[in-house]
Design a protein around this ligand. Sequence first.
Ligand code: FE
Length: 136
Amino acid sequence: MAEKVRKSEEEWRKELSPRQYHILREKGTEPAFAGELNTNEKRGVYRCAACGEDLFSSDTKFDSGSGWPSFYLPISKENIVEKTDRSLFMTRTEVLCAKCGGHLGHVFDDGPDPTGLRYCVNSASLKFEETDKKKE
Ligand code: FE
């Protein structure tokens, strides 16, 4: 199991932008179509904006029309934690970074094949790194 990252809220507040802090640490949600990664179609890796853990690959990203970056599979199930979320009068499944506990978004069961899952993730929770095309 990967080593966990634990920091005080004060430390996170210093390291993250106000928007990232609100989403990752206070379980906020960015407005639909507002995040810069929603329409990103480049090939690469999406990492946790707080701790850098590998979370999603562009290979599993799809346009869900929801306004948030959407993936049908994480890079590894061990890198994320799924938790029942009963806020806002709904029962949803929250998705968190397993390494730092940062809030990423939610997972729904209306995604495409082959998993039928839709990991709906805030752009602010992610840091994208484009794959070096020369290596492919
Ligand atoms: Fe993290």
